[in-house]
Design a protein around this ligand. Sequence first.
Ligand code: FAD
Length: 476
Amino acid sequence: MDVGYEATPPPSAGKDWASFWNYVDRAPPTEESDPVPRDILVVGAGIAGIAAALALSKELTPFVPDLRITVYERHDILSTSGGAINLTPVAQRHLDRLGVLAELDRLGPEGGTDVDAIELYSSRSGRSLGSVDFVDEHGNGFGGYKGRRVMRIALSVAMLTVVERSKNVNVVFGKKLVRGKETKDKAMLYFHDGTTATGDLVLGCDGVHSATRMYWVDPDSPSEYTGISFCQTLVDTKKIKAPVHFRSTSMNISRHGSLLASYCDRDHEQIFLAAIVQFREELLPHYRMDPGQDWRRTAAIKQALRQEMQDRFGRSGVPCIRDFVNKADDWMLYPVWQVRPNARWYRGRVILLGDAAHAMPPRDESAAYALDDAILFSRILAKHRYDPLTVAFKAYEDLRRGTVNAAFQVSRRMWEKNRDMGFLEGRLKEWTYPMQVRNAKDSREAAWEFDATKVAIPGMLSDQSSSLYSSERDFL
Ligand SMILES: Cc1cc2nc3c(=O)[nH]c(=O)nc-3n(C[C@H](O)[C@H](O)[C@H](O)COP(=O)(O)OP(=O)(O)OC[C@H]3O[C@@H](n4cnc5c(N)ncnc54)[C@H](O)[C@@H]3O)c2cc1C
C-alpha cells in the first residue's frame, strides 16, 4: 500500500482525538471489507473509456498491485470517422494530466491546431458577432491551456499510445457488447462474437447509444434524436481562393443553421467544415452510409448533402463560405442524439460514464464532461476502495448529477438556435447573439477553471482531496 496517498491527520487532529477518524481518508480494510476491484471491465474505447482506464490505473495501482483494466471496443480497428473535435482548456488540462497531450504534440502537425478563439460571424453579412475566447487579454490560456481543434482519429491514436505504455490497461478490439449480467461477486459481459468477460466492476463508456445502458442499467432511457445534425467534411486550404476570414476557427450564424469552419492541423493545410442544421428524423435513413454499400447510393447521398449545403450557405455574404460549399464534396451526416437527464447511472457492479450516461447536444464541451467523469469517478473509487461499489457510485452521482443536468439545460437552449428560422426571427438571432455570448462569458470561463483532479470530494479534507494527478508520481 502506498502510504503517501493515505491521509495523514491534520495538525489539529491531535487536539481532538474523539474526531480523529473523521479526518482520515478511510480506515484500512477489515475482514468484513469488500474486496477492492481488481478486474475492471470498460465497455467502449472512446474518450470516456480510455480516460477512465488511464485515470483508474493512476488512482488504484498503489493499492491494487495486480490491477487489471480491460477496455472492450466494438470496432475492429480505430474508427477514422467523426471529423475534428474542439478541446476546451479543461479538456486539454485533463488530457495533459493523463499524458495524452504530450503524445498529441508528438504527432506533429496532425496533433491539431491551437485555437485562441472561436470567432462568430453573421454568414449573411460577414459582420462580426463577437468571439468565444480561449485566452485572456494577455493571450494566456485558462490555467495555461487554450483551445485545440484536432481530428478525432489523432486524439484516439494519442490516447492509445499512452495505454500501450501503461502496465495494467489493455484494449481489445472487435468486442461488441450485447448484454451484461451480474452476480453477487462478479459482473459478466456478453459479446456479439459469442465470447464473454468476467470482472469485479464494469464501466459503461459506450457512447450515446450505449448497450450497457439499454440492455442493463436503464432500458427505459433510450437515446433520442435532437432534431439537429452535423454535416461535416474536410477541404484542402489550397483549393480555397477567396481570403479566409478567421484566424483558426469561425462559427458562421445564419437562419438556416450555423457553419463551423476551422483549421484542424498545425500547418493549416486543411479546413474542417461542420454545418449544424435542422434535419427531420424521418429523412435520416435516406442519408445513412453503411460500409460496403453500393457506390451509386453513396454518390447520390453525397450529392444530395452537397446540394443541401449550397442551398443553406451558398448565398453567404462571406466569399470564402461560398467557396467552401462550392468546393467541398465529401459531406457526411452525423445526427446528434441525446440521453434525457434523468437516466439511471448505475446498478450493482456497473456504472455509466460519458455520453452513455448523459449525452447532451454538443457545445464544444461534451468531451470535457466525459474526461471530468473519468477522473472524478476514479478518485472517488480510490477513496471508497474498501466500501461496497454502490457507495462509490452514489458518492459520484451526488457530486456530478447537478453539474451535468445544468450543462444539459444550457446546451439544450443554445442548440435551439440552430433550427431553421423565418426572416425576422433570423435577424433577431443575429442582433441578440453578441449579447448572449457576452452574458455567458463568466460562466464559460469559470467552467474552464474547473479541475476534476482537485475538486473537493465530500468526506475528505481539502488538502487530501487532490488526487495522484497533482503529485509528481507516475504509475504508467
Ligand atoms: C457531430 C458531433 C460533434 C461533436 N463535437 C464536439 C466538439 O467539438 N467538442 C466536444 O467536446 N465534444 C463534441 N462532441 C461530443 C463528444 O464527441 C462526446 O461527448 C464524446 O465523444 C463522448 O465520449 P464517450 O467516450 O462518452 O463516447 P464516444 O466518443 O461515443 O465513444 C464510445 C465508444 O464506445 C464504443 N461502443 C459503442 N457501443 C459499443 C458496444 N456495444 N460494445 C463495445 N463498444 C461500443 C464506440 O465504438 C466508441 O468507441 C460532438 C458530438 C457529435 C455527435
